[in-house]
Design a binder for this molecule. Structure first.
Ligand code: ATP
Ligand code: MG
Length: 429
């Protein structure tokens, strides 16, 4: 019952050798950790951690490790301590003496999962795992965050995820769509006004910043704001206070700021259209969302997710999936509109389809035109064969979720042979 994939396992325990023997006997291919050397900068190389909670300082270790990988706590029978470990973020608890079956089950659960997950965000690619780590790290602090990425890559979703995972989660998450507020309304929208501040101010109005007290303020499309907007918010971010229009006293606020943009802000700073001081204030933690075309391995799970999300809109048929041919077409498309475009395509296909599975004819015709399936019909025989092989490999890798040994099994070839092909076709896994 050996696993096809290997795991990089970090074991933090005086009794690590006992665990290694169990890994060996249940057929886990693993890389031993070096407990003495393991520092947070190496953590991103691990898939899973086993933490002995009978050891000194385990709580601190757990807090650190859980940002990078799932942590399995293990220890002597002590229900209180086990519950505490789970509360602190361990995803499972095993009792000593460890049993082979229990350890095996843990690996069974994790073999197809990304090592770090964020609720609401779908994607199993390595690049998205780095994004999840960034989100989890950001959630533990109050530092400002700048999220960059092309349109439709999920910037707002990431901002909400940071808020929901942070201690501020029960307080407001306020979105300011920066490009929608004209300079004339800026101060009244952001800071509010006192009764009698100007003609027509018959009541005191709280601004958006005040509403965000104890919560998170999300400046969306920060790259599009005017110089006045930049100056006004810089002060709030620096001082943590503002004055309502017509007010005398500054009001202190406790707010975490997150900003997002699809613009290159550094370039805007160089060109003089964005304040450098504001840029550095916001860019304390930077999360870059990769375009969907650079993480195609996420497409199948996103498609599944969007089918489940939108299938209830059809009352007449139950839509349970997508044909392999239709999925292949999506895999070959470059998605300039990123995840939002993929979601729209699936939503539209659900509205149009006449079958329980989304088929090629339910997809927009521009996909068919741009797909490489058509291109295989042109050019030399060699090119056509190469394209055909590439498609088969892609689809095997999708089925195996990037696991090379499994994909080779599907294709009926040796692992080494597949690796040579991947190199030849420059397919990254
Ligand atoms: N990883 C993901 N998992 C699930 N849904 C996603 C993911 N990324 C994006 N989406 C969905 O795609 C749509 C677009 O996401 P979002 O609005 O966060 O993008 P954005 O980067 O803010 O885009 P824009 O720059 O155009 O404002 C949303 O419906 C969102 O729920
Ligand atoms: Mg957005």
């Amino acid at each position: 019952m050996a696993f096809l994939r290997s795991f990089n396992v970090l074991v933090i325990s005086e009794e690590a050798d006992k665990l290694y023997r169990i890994f060996d006997s249940i057929g886990i291919t693993f890389r031993k950790s070096n407990k003495a050397k393991s520092s947070s900068k190496d953590f991103s190389n691990y898939d899973i951690a086993f933490l002995d909670i009978d050891s000194e300082g385990w709580e601190k270790r757990l807090n650190e490790l859980k940002q990078y990988m799932p942590v399995i706590a293990f220890g002597k029978q002590d229900i209180k301590k086990a519950v505490e470990a789970m509360k602190l973020g361990a995803i499972d608890f095993l009792q000593k003496p460890l049993k082979n079956d229990a350890v095996f089950e843990i690996f069974e659960k994790f073999k197809d999962k990304p090592k770090v997950e964020v609720p609401g965000l779908i994607g199993i690619s390595r690049i998205m795992e780095d994004v999840y780590c960034g989100i989890r790290k950001a959630a533990l602090t109050d530092s400002n965050v700048l999220i960059t990425g092309e349109s439709g890559t999920g910037k707002e979703l990431v901002a909400r995820a940071i808020h929901n995972l942070s201690e501020r989660k029960d307080n407001p998450f306020i979105v300011i769509n920066c490009s929608a507020i004209p300079d004339t309304l800026l101060e009244s929208e952001l800071f509010g006004f006192e009764k009698g501040a100007f003609t027509g101010a018959n009541y005191t109005k709280k601004g958006l910043i005040e509403w965000a007290h104890h919560g998170t303020l999300f400046f969306d499309e920060i790259g599009d704001v005017s110089p006045l907007f930049q100056t006004k918010i810089l002060r709030v971010i620096q001082e943590g206070e503002f004055i309502r229009i017509g007010g005398a006293q500054p009001i202190k606020v406790d707010v975490r700021f997150i900003a997002a943009t699809n613009k290159d802000l550094l370039k805007a700073c160089k060109e003089g259209s964005f304040r450098e001081d504001l840029f550095y204030r916001l860019n304390v933690i930077h999360i870059e969302l990769p375009p969907l075309r650079n993480r195609k391995e996420d497409i199948p799970s996103l498609v599944d997710f969007f089918i489940k999300k939108h299938s209830s809109k059809r009352k007449d048929i139950y839509i349970k999936g997508i044909t392999e041919e239709a999925l292949n077409l999506l895999m070959n498309y470059s998605f300039p509109g990123n995840v939002r475009e993929l979601e729209n395509i699936i939503e539209r296909a659900i509205a149009f389809t006449n079958s329980a599975e989304i088929t090629v004819k339910d997809l927009p015709s521009y996909l068919i035109k741009t797909s490489t399936t058509k291109k295989t019909m042109q050019g030399s025989l060699r090119e056509a064969v190469d394209n055909f092989e590439k498609e088969l490999i892609w689809s095997a890798l999708q089925k195996s979720r990037g696991n090379i040994s499994k994909a080779a099994e599907f294709l009926g070839i040796h692992r080494q042979q597949l690796q040579r092909k991947l190199k030849q076709f420059k397919i990254a896994t």
